[in-house]
Design a protein around this ligand. Structure first.
Ligand SMILES: [Ca+2]
Length: 449
């Protein structure tokens, strides 16, 4: 609480709630004057009463009755004597009642105090606000500081992140380098493996070849057993019965059927011509003699091209078995036999005959034909002015015609015509047509006995 002086002092310059001016002058002027007058009045009344009392006592007069402040008169003091009228002393009615002023003052004071309190409160409020603001500012500055710190740390973090990124990038590049190196190594390794595989493959192939070569004799034997080049290989493979077999000459791998003689002189003969009953017409053209005709099991001509295919590898011998109608037999054997010889185109060359080294019982009726080209009725390749084939009704390696004519007409023994039957002149002359003829070839076993 403030005293008035303090209040005045407090409110001197900047007090926003000054005292009301009339009240202040009243306080300064009227309050002490009125008090003074009232006290003086009271003292004078008391003095006059005491004087009256003492006079009355000294004069032995009956004393007056003095009453103070009777309610009904409103006078301050009333003096009454027995015989006279009472004397009333009144207070000056103009003197104001200052209690109101005090009340007012108190009210003012309390209001001032309230105002001050409010002011203080406001002030405090403001101060509080300021403090709040300060605190908030402090908090904000703290925040700012922490933010700055965070920013700094973030910057540092960014820097460290950048460093880490740099290190990561360098690691990445190292990894890439390592990977590429490894890839290159792997590629090299793969290349090496591929080379090794190629080498292994080559080795495997060479081993296969070696194995094949090692198995070759067996294979060759098996192949010859399965695909005999001629009847000698059929015989070697175990075919010991006379009959028809397939053969696959080296120069005619498609193969063809042949009749095999497996009994005569050790067997293994491939039959190239047979006459036995006259059932087959042998007076045929070039193409028939080139390609062959007749029945393999009976009368037939194997064909010049097949003879060429069989004898081309060389080393063949020829045997000719003959029989007449009196069951006499004879044979002629030639240790050298070939058709076509060394021809590149045997047909163009006329399938020339090569025979040599005669032996046998029928006498030689063929050596004079060695080196001659084949003549048919439609292809004259002999040395005669005429076509020997046409003239002697056959087809043969005619020179200036023949000493043998095994493809002549099947005239069944002796005949009146000249040399146009199945003739072997060295055995039966030129007018006996043989019952049976069989020309057969095989690889020569004893080249030079
Ligand atoms: Ca001629």
């Amino acid at each position: 609480k403030f005293s008035i002086t303090e209040l005045r002092h407090h409110c001197r310059g900047d007090c926003h709630h000054p005292l009301p001016q009339p009240l202040s002058t009243a306080l300064h002027q009227q309050v002490p004057v009125c008090l003074f007058l009232s006290v003086c009045l009271f003292l004078s009344v008391c003095l006059s009463v005491s004087v009256c009392l003492s006079v009355c006592l000294f004069l032995s007069v009956s004393p007056p009755i003095i009453s103070t402040n009777p309610k009904e008169s409103g006078a301050l003091v009333t003096v009454s004597r027995g015989d006279g009228e009472p004397i009333s002393i009144f207070l000056d009615p103009n003197c104001p009642d200052y209690s109101d002023n005090f009340l007012r003052w108190e009210e003012v004071q309390s209001s001032l105090l309230r105002a001050l309190t409010n002011q203080n409160a406001d002030d405090w409020q403001e101060r509080g606000l300021v403090r709040k603001l300060e605190e908030e500012l402090k908090v904000l500055s703290g925040h700012t500081h922490s933010l700055r710190l965070e920013a700094d740390s973030l910057k540092r973090g960014q820097g460290s992140l950048g460093q880490r990124l740099d290190s990561l990038q360098s690691e990445q590049s190292q990894m890439i380098q390592l990977l590429s190196d490894r890839q290159a190594g792997v590629m090299k390794l793969l290349g090496g493996i591929g080379d090794s595989l190629l080498g292994l493959q080559r080795e495997a192939e060479s081993l296969k070849r070696l194995k094949t070569e090692l198995q070759k004799p067996t294979n060759m034997w098996q192949a010859r057993a399965l695909r005999p080049r001629d009847c000698s290989e059929v015989l070697a493979a175990g075919g010991s019965q006379d009959g028809v077999y397939s053969v696959f000459p080296t120069h005619d791998p498609a193969g063809f059927m042949v009749s095999c003689d497996m009994t005569t002189e050790g067997g293994g003969w491939t039959v190239i011509q047979r006459r036995e009953d006259g059932s087959v017409n042998f007076f045929r053209d070039w193409s028939a003699y080139r390609d062959g005709f007749g029945k393999i099991t009976g009368e037939h001509w194997l064909g010049l091209q097949r003879m060429y295919s069989l004898s081309r590898s060389g080393g063949y011998e020829l045997r000719i078995d003959l029989a007449d109608f009196d069951n006499a037999t004879a044979f002629a054997r030639y240790g050298v036999f070939a058709v076509g010889g060394d021809s590149v185109n045997a047909e163009e060359d006329g399938y020339p005959l090569t025979v040599d080294q005669y032996s046998g019982t029928a006498g030689d009726s063929l050596l004079k034909h060695s080196g001659m080209r084949f003549t048919t009725r439609d292809r004259d390749q002999d040395q005669s002015e005429n076509n020997c084939a046409a003239y002697y009704q056959g087809a043969w390696w005619y020179r200036n015609c023949h000493t043998s004519n095994l493809n002549g007409q099947y005239l069944r023994g002796g005949h009146a015509s000249y040399a146009d039957g199945v003739e072997w002149s060295s055995w039966t002359g030129w007018q006996y047509s043989l019952r049976f003829t069989e020309m057969k070839i095989r690889p020569r076993r004893d080249p030079d006995p």
